[in-house]
Design a protein around this ligand. Structure first.
Ligand SMILES: Cc1cc2nc3c(=O)[nH]c(=O)nc-3n(C[C@H](O)[C@H](O)[C@H](O)COP(=O)(O)O)c2cc1C
Length: 191
């Protein structure tokens, strides 16, 4: 693509930043160019193009607050969302988070898809939860402790590659629908 794709990145502890920067570096080598807005406080929608990539993190089963504020500036955009979460993305809970994020984005925009990677959970949070009694809703059983330990390994190189494959496919899909046949029957790019 010749035009720069607008990218918004929200990251509190660095997981989403690592994922985003790894993916963008890989895709930049494949002729995609991006304008990256890294944890910026956006005050106007002027610069936001039709296609948007949103890198977010999962907060309380939903999209994080900075991404929400960013979305307030988006209307009728085509948004591809890539996020990190402490839980397993390929779980029932992961599917729920994807659905919620899809719904939030779709309120005023077209969501072209949501990809999730695991991201490390703050160690202090894990240690605190280990102290909770079994009757507490945030008690960590053995499976929970394993999930928290696994999160420390992410996002890794495989996550970056998977997110890149997902994004590349979605960008191609966007490009394909933006290409229309002009009156002279030659393909042309709809601006
Ligand atoms: C306040 C807060 C709330 C969180 N809520 C959830 C949650 O509901 N579900 C989940 O899977 N992970 C949750 N996490 C974990 C983050 O989604 C995960 O660590 C993510 O990778 C953080 O991204 P970042 O490093 O880019 O900020 C939460 C983390 C914080 C700090």
């Amino acid at each position: 693509m010749n035009d720069k794709i607008y990218v918004y990145l929200s990251s509190l502890t660095g997981n989403t930043e690592k994922l985003a920067k790894g993916v963008l570096e890989n895709l930049s080598r494949k002729n995609c160019s991006f304008s990256l807005h890294d944890n910026e406080f956006i005050t106007s929608s002027g610069e936001i193009g039709e296609l948007v990539i949103l890198f977010f993190w999962c907060r309380r089963g939903n999209i994080d607050s900075a991404s929400r504020v960013f979305l307030e500036h988006c209307k009728n955009k085509k948004i591809i969302a890539v996020g990190t979460m402490g839980g397993y993305p390929d779980s029932e809970y992961g599917s729920k988070v994807k659905d919620v994020v899809f719904q939030v984005i779709s309120e005023n925009n077209i969501c072209m898809g949501v990809f999730l990677s695991q991201g490390k959970i703050d160690i202090q949070r894990t240690e605190y939860r280990k102290t909770l009694p079994p009757e507490h809703p945030h008690y960590l059983d053995e499976e929970g402790i394993r999930r928290h330990e696994e999160s420390q390994k992410h996002p890794d190189q495989t996550d970056i590659e998977r997110a890149g494959t997902f994004l590349e496919k979605k960008i191609m899909e966007y490009k394909a629908v933006s290409e229309v046949i002009c009156v002279d029957r030659e393909p042309c790019i709809k601006k």
